[in-house]
Design a protein around this ligand. Structure first.
Ligand code: F6P
Length: 497
């Protein structure tokens, strides 16, 4: 491992209050403004010396070369021999990948226009079926941005528990519904099962040609064709766009239709601006890189096992769910990109919730528990509603109070009432939740995840860890309770299915 790593771990950590007392320009030094987002890193235990060590680590890990490779279509996913070209979807990447993404986006636009022009009759509802990366991104976008008049009633179903499907179609008129089947591979059991049941629901709703109501969003058009979607309604995307990085391509179809094409373009432009920032800003002024430094520090040097993300904005309530897949599926690894076992921890567990609700539920542990949990707050300057401004003021004051309290702590004669303090947090103060800012925010998290992987020496673009469970489920379905451990066999038998 890199020698800078040892320097970082050995760095003499000073209390946050001392760091503030010693440097009047600390906030300015450790704040980055980009894409209408103010990233305040000052309440983390980073100082100029530690930052220098991190810049050395980034050099030893060849972060700049990896970044160059990411944007130029190099093989950054070595275990699958692939590039990772999600940024090409927003115009930043290898020239051919950018051109292909653009052409496919035009194809998607053609279908959106046709739907709007009435090619499918009167359409009110879109039932989007997908799971993991084929659902979490679109769900976040619709929930965050589609709160006013989204034009269409968009429902996103992922769980194979058909209770989710039943809830989604409740109140939908089958004759006014289109179904988007989102699956990169078009082989995912949950998605195909839900799609079959949705076809059945259309049929029962007297829709003459249920398959004619289906749109496929996939990197495997042949499979979609085989399944029964006409070629004209297949919106392909490139194999080099990973599932959890795919909301920018046709997987984002529900957003393009539900929020409108202009909003979708703004989302891409916002992400493109963050791409340019990540690509060109020097390490110490680069928001995704600085975040990765902070992430690395608390896990490697301070033993943190989790990180908490709290959105002080109802529009971003699904952000922690989205980030769980992005960060944990990308960086939950035990081997390096070369296949060697790591002897250091990799990604922390990402968890979180919505402020202020979380304050009344889980913040006790953050303030007084024995775990060190670096916290991230995200809050918008502008509220999304017309109610009394006191609501938003209360939200803002509570968010800022939490960061201050975590850092300051409070001594008391009564041990149960004392707060150790010196607990780190990062605050992302955004202007508003607009398509452009959300695009930039999501791209920021993507690049931070990548920068983390480079520092860890791991591959963020494969996810073989999800395969074994799928294989065993298939085998149980096909062969019944045979050849498993006693507990699993007994459970299968006790469930009587
Ligand atoms: O099981 C994990 C996973 O492969 C994710 O990486 C992916 O986002 C999800 O399943 C869905 O896959 P697909 O889009 O191929 O249906």
């Amino acid at each position: 491992m890199h020698s800078a790593r040892k320097d970082i771990i050995d760095h003499a950590r000073k209390p946050l209050t001392e760091l503030f007392a010693q440097d009047a320009s600390r906030v300015e030094k450790f704040t980055i403004e980009q894409s209408a987002i103010r990233f305040d890193f000052s309440k983390n235990h980073i100082d100029e010396k530690l930052l220098e060590k991190f810049v050395a680590l980034a050099g030893q890990a060849a972060l700049e070369d990896h970044r160059e490779s990411l944007f130029s279509g190099g093989i950054v996913n070595p275990t699958e021999g692939r590039a990772a070209e999600h940024s090409a979807e927003r115009g930043n990447g290898n020239i051919d990948a950018v051109a292909e993404a653009k052409a496919l986006r035009q194809r998607m636009r053609g279908l959106v226009d046709a739907i709007e022009a009435g090619a499918f009759g009167e359409i009110r509802h879109l039932l989007h079926i997908g799971i993991g990366g084929s659902a979490l991104g679109p769900k976040l976008l619709i929930d965050a941005l589609g709160r006013e008049d989204a034009g269409y009633d968009v429902k996103i179903v992922s769980n194979v528990d058909a209770a989710a499907l039943a809830e989604a179609v409740n109140g939908m008129d089958p004759k006014k519904t289109l179904i988007a089947i989102a699956s990169k591979t078009f082989t995912t059991t949950e998605t195909l099962m839900n799609a079959e049941s949705a076809i059945e629901w259309l049929r029962e709703g007297a829709v003459d040609d249920p398959h004619g109501r289906c749109i496929a969003l996939t990197a495997n058009p042949e499979k979609a064709l085989e399944w029964g979607v006409d070629e004209s309604r297949i919106l392909p995307f490139s194999e080099t766009v990973g599932g959890r990085y795919s909301l920018w391509c046709s997987i984002g179809f529900p957003a393009a239709l539900g929020l409108g094409w202009a909003a979708f373009e703004e989302l891409l432009e916002g992400a493109a601006a963050m791409d340019r920032h990540f690509k060109s800003a020097p390490m110490a002024g680069n928001a995704p890189v600085m975040s990765a430094f902070v992430d690395y520090y608390y896990v490697q040097a301070c033993g943190s096992q989790t990180r908490g993300v709290f959105a002080y904005d109802e529009r971003l309530r699904l952000l922690p769910d989205y980030l769980q897949q992005l960060e944990m599926e990308s960086n939950g690894k035990s081997v390096t990109s070369e296949g060697d076992a790591v002897d250091y921890p990799t990604a922390p567990i990402t968890w979180g919730g919505v402020g202020t609700d979380a304050q009344h539920a889980v913040f006790q542990l953050l303030h007084q528990g024995t775990h060190l949990v670096p916290v991230e707050f995200i809050i918008a300057k502008t509220p999304s509603h017309d109610f009394d401004p006191a609501h938003h003021e209360t939200l803002l004051t509570n968010c800022f109070a939490q960061g201050a309290a975590l850092m300051q702590g409070r001594e008391s004669d009564d041990p149960a009432r004392s707060y150790a303090g010196d607990r780190p947090s990062t605050t992302l103060l955004i202007e508003d939740v607009t398509p452009a800012i959300l695009g930039a925010l999501i791209a920021f998290y993507e690049h931070r995840t990548f920068a983390n992987a480079v520092l860890l020496g791991t591959n963020p673009f494969d996810q073989f860890g999800v395969e074994l469970g799928k294989e065993i489920a298939k085998s149980i379905a096909e062969n019944g309770p045979r050849g498993y451990d006693g507990s699993t066999m007994a459970l299968i038998e006790a469930a009587e299915f």
